[in-house]
Design a protein around this ligand. Structure first.
Ligand SMILES: Nc1ncnc2c1ncn2[C@@H]1O[C@H](COP(=O)(O)OP(=O)(O)OP(=O)(O)O)[C@@H](O)[C@H]1O
Ligand SMILES: [Mg+2]
Length: 261
């Protein structure tokens, strides 16, 4: 387990070490007859990197979309930074979203915008996080790009960047609002092994420097091994098993073993 700490929330409440940053309890989500989540449970603690693995189509993206309010669960509890996200009004949800960074599966930069404009976008959407002065906006953008080693790309268009650079710009866009929690959906998918390793190192640096708690969804077992403090395996809509990479890799359960082959 990583070191735990208390942190003061923007509304003044204190998140103690015993309180999870994210608590998911008995979560259910179906699309018609497709029962995707069937009572999923998990907790994410301050400062930890939690890796979630599961087969394609098992509901990993659905789970984190529920966490950011992009999908509404059918039943269950979803407490994020002490707030029950299913009962929040639009304004409160918008505010909570500024505390949660979400790296979408596949980066999703706006192709018609420069790198700078891509990074300005979340700042404009959540203007409670910035002052009016554009010099402050510039500073935030430059700092976020610097954090991912790409300050020199500020005036480039996405199509002038490599796949790995795009992923890092998307990460900078996630970091710019200084989130307390980061949700990474397949951060290394589609990248060559060397670039994937760079992204993995970046995620570890972010954890160490910013003390964020993160959920990382991945198919990449090298990524899971290096990055995770703890892992949860999603099978049949539930948290089938959890433990460290070392523990799970020694499991004799064929369903668990299948991920480590
Ligand atoms: N908006 C939606 N409407 C209807 N069905 C959906 C929707 N989103 C996801 N699903 C279904 O939910 C199931 C889980 O999808 P999800 O995207 O969470 O899988 P995943 O575990 O992230 O897979 P992958 O590893 O391929 O990304 C799939 O059967 C999918 O078709
Ligand atoms: Mg997915």
């Amino acid at each position: 387990m990583p070191d735990k700490y208390s942190s003061v929330q923007s509304d003044g409440s204190i998140l103690t070490s015993s309180e999870p940053v994210i608590l998911v309890k008995d979560l259910y989500k179906s699309f018609g007859d497709n029962h995707v989540l069937n009572g999923f449970q998990m907790e994410l603690y301050a400062g930890e990197n939690l890796v979630i693995i599961g087969k394609s189509g098992s509901g990993k993206s659905v789970l984190i979309k529920c966490m950011v309010g992009l999908l509404e669960p059918d039943a269950g509890k979803l407490i994020i930074l002490g707030k029950d996200i299913t009962s929040l009004g639009r304004e409160e949800l918008d505010h909570l979203r500024t505390e949660i960074g979400f790296l979408f599966q596949g980066s999703a930069l706006y192709d018609s915008m420069t790198v700078r404009e891509n990074l300005e976008f979340p700042l404009r959407r959540h203007d409670n996080k910035i002052a009016d002065a554009s010099s402050e906006t510039n500073l935030l953008i430059e700092r976020a790009l610097d954090d991912v080693g790409l300050k020199h790309t500020i005036d480039l268009m996405p199509n002038e960047l490599s796949g790995g650079m795009k992923r890092r710009v998307a990460l900078a866009r996630t970091l710019i609002l200084n989130p307390k929690v980061i949700l990474y959906d397949e951060p290394t998918s589609g990248l060559d092994p060397i670039t994937a390793k760079e992204i993995i190192e970046l995620i570890l640096e972010i954890q160490q420097q910013r003390k964020t708690a993160s959920i990382i969804i991945t198919h990449d077992m090298d990524c899971a091994r290096v990055i995770s403090n703890r892992m949860v395996i999603l099978i049949d809509g539930i948290n089938y098993v959890e433990g460290s990479y070392a523990e799970l890799s020694k499991s004799t359960d064929p369903k668990v073993q299948a991920f480590f082959k």
